[in-house]
Design a protein around this ligand. Structure first.
Ligand SMILES: [Zn+2]
Length: 238
């Protein structure tokens, strides 16, 4: 009985830890991680990503849940024996930037664009150590990836990241998941400009194999056109 109780205690602990941080493989060296946040009684998830390279793991956005900064690093080490060496944020909101300072203090190179840094400063969000240009290509280990600014949308500063070899588009909150029924948090959004920005993105990357939205489902390919439809619906309803 005592052992059963202990077992339940241990498995209960693992379950709750697992539930706070969900990691799934996308393809090859790409992994999607999810953390969660309570908002008005609802549990909302946010997608982040990491890429394993020969020069360490690169984090795309930080966990939203502030208790999961270190568990994410620990999980990457436990699963892959890889140390995170770099982290970049795709816009200034908390679900992207919350862990920047923590990671900077762990000697991880943290990056955001000048626009994101200015907005982070103005809104008292955590800030990165380094500024990256809007349209920049990074080479890390055997991978290279492009930073692209499609224009304003979910926020003024939202960027996406493109991995040409694997045709992965990390869209962040600029892209809505295919089951989203509306554009979500519009507190810093520019829906009128979002339509043109989304068309820029679709024109530039028209051969994506995987598109990762900032929230929800990432396992189908319709999220770009679905987001465009949501923007159009929103504009028509006005
Ligand atoms: Zn946001």
């Amino acid at each position: 009985m005592k052992y059963l109780f202990l077992l339940l205690l241990i498995s209960g602990h693992c379950f709750s830890q697992e539930n706070k941080l969900v990691i799934e493989r996308l393809v090859g060296d790409f992994y999607i991680y999810k953390t969660f946040h309570e908002h008005e009684g609802n549990r909302i998830s946010a997608n982040g990503m990491y890429l394993l390279t020969k020069d360490g793991a690169v984090l795309f956005d930080t966990p939203w849940d502030t208790t999961q900064f270190q568990p994410l690093l620990d999980s990457i080490w436990a699963k892959h024996r890889s140390l995170a060496t770099m982290c970049l944020a795709t816009h200034f909101h908390e679900d992207r930037t919350a862990g920047l300072e923590y990671y900077k203090n762990r000697h991880i190179l943290t990056y955001s664009t000048k626009m994101t840094d200015d907005l982070s400063k103005a809104h008292k969000m955590k800030r990165s150590e380094y500024i990256m240009p809007l349209d920049n290509t990074f080479s890390v280990g055997q991978y290279s990836f492009e930073i692209f600014y499609p224009g304003p949308g979910h926020s003024q500063d939202n960027i996406v990241v493109w991995f040409p070899k694997d045709k992965v588009l990390y869209g962040g909150c600029f892209v809505k998941g295919s089951e989203a029924s509306d554009l979500g948090n519009l507190s810093d959004a520019n829906p009128a400009a979002w339509k043109r920005s989304m068309m820029n993105l679709i024109a530039k990357y028209n051969n994506c194999k995987y598109v990762i939205p900032g929230q929800h489902h990432w396992k189908d390919q319709s999220s770009l056109t679905h987001t465009l439809r949501l923007i159009e619906n929103h504009l028509q309803a006005k």
